[in-house]
Design a protein around this ligand. Structure first.
Ligand code: F6P
Length: 325
């Protein structure tokens, strides 16, 4: 291939810039012209291309967000939108596309491949909800951001003898809650993948108080509240306070989890995945998703990748129960 393009799509994730840099520099290293597409699939439809050179990705490996910007694009899901994108791709003589984003973005990659434009997906989402890869770009940084907040919350609640429900992102997945909960020593972790019993949580709080514990952190994944609004952090904290008499506050971390400098793990993952995606396209191979499995970078057919269900790590969850006694 002589001309390829790179897109970031869906919600941004820390490490997307490191992935863009890896794609651009690996392409240039292999004498392939590389174009950045602005604002996700919108840019593909509306012809927002810019040729990238080595310097265009300088000074970004450490920055959160995405220099190409991103968007969710419904138009791309229609045959008409796809047709428009194909015309633009033809005009620019683009022979392959790298799409950095979540599983919604991979459907776009699949459609392009089906229509004859080899496309490769790179998983990037803080949610870590993509079944084909052990980790997606951005998850590690988001967990570290949540951890930093949990440490600070622990300081203040210990001073006051309070409990705090910390609500983290993750859409319908509980991975951010699970990992931040284990690493932050949370007393309880509530995730959408598993049922929970508020009375058991209250009993844990009361036991802790009897033993002289001065703080209690409950990690709550936002997806639990998606299913039932009465389980959002504010409401849950009111219910728990009413049942235990222990002052319980709620903290919703929100979009701070999406920003910030990517961690070492995310920068390395993004660098390895970006380079692998270009290697595939340079051999004319598309319709693949790049994955991390047992710390090896591999690739899978998109259809197969999309069909792999995300497994919740029950072993880690059970460990969290033992360690929080
Ligand atoms: O997918 C990433 C994510 O941050 C989810 O954790 C969250 O549910 C959603 O995006 C929020 O979306 P938006 O930024 O569009 O409000």
């Amino acid at each position: 291939m002589e001309r390829i393009a790179v897109i970031t799509s869906g919600g941004d994730a820390p490490g997307m810039n490191a992935a863009i840099r890896a794609v651009v520099r690996t392409a240039i290293y292999n004498n392939i012209k590389i174009f950045g597409v602005k604002l996700g699939f919108n840019g593909l439809i509306h012809s927002e291309f810019q040729e990238m050179d080595v310097a265009s990705v300088g000074d970004i490996v450490h920055r959160g967000g995405t220099i190409l910007r991103t968007a969710r694009c419904d138009q791309f899901n229609s045959e008409e939108g796809l047709k428009m994108a194909l015309e633009v791709i033809e005009n620019y003589e683009i022979e392959g596309v790298v799409i950095i984003g979540g599983d919604g973005s991979f459907r776009g990659a699949k459609d392009l491949s089906r229509l004859g434009v080899p496309a490769v997906g790179i998983p990037a989402t803080i949610d870590n909800d993509i079944g084909c890869t052990d980790f997606s770009i951005g998850f590690d940084t988001a967990v570290n951001t949540a951890l930093d907040a949990i440490n600070k919350i622990r300081d203040t609640i210990t001073s006051h003898g309070r409990a705090n429900i910390v609500e983290v992102m993750g859409r319908d997945a509980g991975d951010i809650a699970l990992y931040a909960g284990v690493a932050g020593g949370a007393e309880n972790i509530i995730v959408p993948e598993l049922p929970f019993d508020i009375d058991e949580i209250c009993a844990d709080l009361n036991d802790g108080k009897e033993r002289g514990k001065l703080s209690h952190i409950i990690l709550l994944a936002e997806g639990v509240g998606h299913a039932d609004k009465s389980n959002r952090a504010e409401r849950l904290s009111e219910k728990i306070e009413a049942k235990t008499g222990i002052e319980t506050r709620a903290t919703i971390l929100g979009h701070i989890q999406r920003g910030g400098n990517p961690s070492m793990f995310d920068r390395i993952l993004a660098s390895r995945m970006g380079a692998h995606a270009v290697d595939l396209l340079s051999k004319g191979i598309g319709n693949r998703v790049v994955c991390l499995v047992d710390n090896k970078i591999i690739d899978k057919d998109i259809e197969e990748a999309l069909s792999i269900e995300k497994k919740f790590d029950m072993e880690l969850y059970e460990l969290s129960k033992i360690l929080s006694i």
